[in-house]
Ligand binder design. Structure first.
Ligand code: FEO
Length: 410
């Protein structure tokens, strides 16, 4: 372990440098990485994030050089992925007086992952503040950047942002600050963004808006270098790399429906694409000419096809369109199935089977998880009965994901 590094008065880096070739998100981190955790020795001592589960005991011993863990009053968990929350397994028992601070979606995950069912949690929401005695923490929720429960923490008096994965680099360096690295970290910074953050770029824009309310003088992420010079340059890079670049993309949405629920899904998909400045045309296969639908598919970059289910199958004329697709050259187009159902929703799976016979890039939940790690984006898009509430959000996530794929294809 290296010496503790003080970022500002009473704020310390207490992380772990992992200079192995670390396997991570199906990548091998050739330069290793660091797991950056922080200790704020205020009147109510607070730990922000921990380290990888593999180094839990080592982390607690290292932390104990600066503070008796029994004195820790708060443990802030910005993100529950085990490379940052993993040392909770070792720390929680040694810090029995600490309240765990996190977002609502993180509570159950932490309880289950580290057997923390009897611990006291403080759930924070976007914009909440916490007085830790002489310093104030401010929290901003950053859902889906890169998982649902993520948030960022800001120290109001010291103007330091703790964004966990965001603004990170995967480099195992004993030089903690970017300005002391001895080289320009930009390639590593951009490489990390491309590998980890870019698939979630629609949520970066929310982050950039949130940062406009904060005077950030230092960014202390949870991997790699701490940034304390040219902060604006790094934030601008994220803004640029995540920016909209669409604009000549087209989507065709085709459906058949029994009680208009699948029609509502089609219309909601269209609305989401239009909000993303992508032209989307909707066809009811029972009311439109097949030739017109086929021409629209040929001209489109993505095709969504949906049906209600009756007698375990699709309804109406939709199959007449689907039968044409395996014979067409649809390479480079994105395909996705959707539908509303009341019982089992077999029609949606039948559509997926047809799509899988084409040479389109057909979306599936399995593919999304394997390529991005996202678990909130589902394909086919299945909605039970009338789409509302969380089901509308599900449609938004899936359409947004395809919109982002279309941006990347430029
Ligand atoms: Fe560095 Fe999402 O974990």
């Amino acid at each position: 372990m290296m010496n503790h590094v003080e970022l500002a008065k009473d704020i310390y880096w207490v992380g772990k440098i992992d200079n192995r070739e670390v396997p991570f998100h199906r990548l091998i981190l050739a330069k290793g990485t660091t797991y950056n955790a922080y200790l704020i020795k205020s009147e109510k001592p607070t730990v922000i994030d921990t380290v990888d589960i593999e180094f839990g005991r080592e982390f607690v011993e290292y932390l104990s050089e600066l503070i008796n863990p029994q004195e820790i009053q708060y443990i802030v968990i910005n993100h529950t992925e085990p490379d940052h929350s993993g040392a909770m397994a070792a720390l929680a028992g040694r810090a029995p007086n600490a309240t765990i601070v996190c977002t609502e979606p993180a509570v159950q995950e932490l309880k289950e992952m580290y057997k923390l069912h009897s611990r006291h949690f403080l759930v924070v929401k976007d914009g909440d503040t916490l007085d830790i005695g002489g310093k104030t923490l401010k929290f901003k929720e950053t859902p889906y950047l890169h998982t649902a429960e993520t948030m960022i923490t800001y120290t109001v008096e010291d103007k330091i942002l703790f964004p966990c994965d965001i603004f990170s680099t995967h480099v195992a360096s004993e030089k903690i600050f970017a300005d002391e690295a001895g080289f320009d970290i930009k390639d590593d910074f951009v490489g990390y963004y491309n590998a980890i953050i870019h698939p979630h770029r629609r949520y970066v824009r929310t982050l950039i808006d949130a940062l406009e309310e904060l005077d950030v003088q230092m960014i202390a992420p949870s991997h790699g270098f701490i940034l304390r010079e040219n902060i604006g340059q790094y934030i601008d890079l994220y803004a640029t790399m995540s920016a909209d670049t669409v604009q000549d993309k087209k989507v065709t949405i085709i459906y058949t429906t029994i009680k208009n629920n699948t029609k509502k899904m089609a219309n909601h998909l269209q609305r989401i694409f239009e909000e993303n400045q992508i032209q989307a045309t909707v066809f009811n296969a029972d009311k439109s000419e097949k030739t017109e639908i086929i021409e629209s598919i040929k001209e489109s970059d993505a095709v969504f096809i949906g049906s209600s289910t009756r007698y375990a199958d699709m309804i109406g004329n939709l199959e007449e369109v689907l039968k044409e697709l395996p014979e067409m050259d649809l390479e480079g187009k994105i395909g996705a199935a959707f539908g509303s159902y009341g019982w089992s929703g077999e029609a949606i799976e039948v559509i997926q089977d047809y799509l899988n016979q084409t040479n389109m890039d057909v979306q599936s939940t399995s593919k999304v998880i394997k390529t991005t790690g996202m678990t909130h984006v589902e394909f086919p898009v299945r909605v039970r009965f009338s789409p509302k509430g969380e089901q509308l959000a599900k449609i938004e996530h899936s359409a947004g994901f395809v919109a982002d794929l279309l941006r990347s294809a430029i």
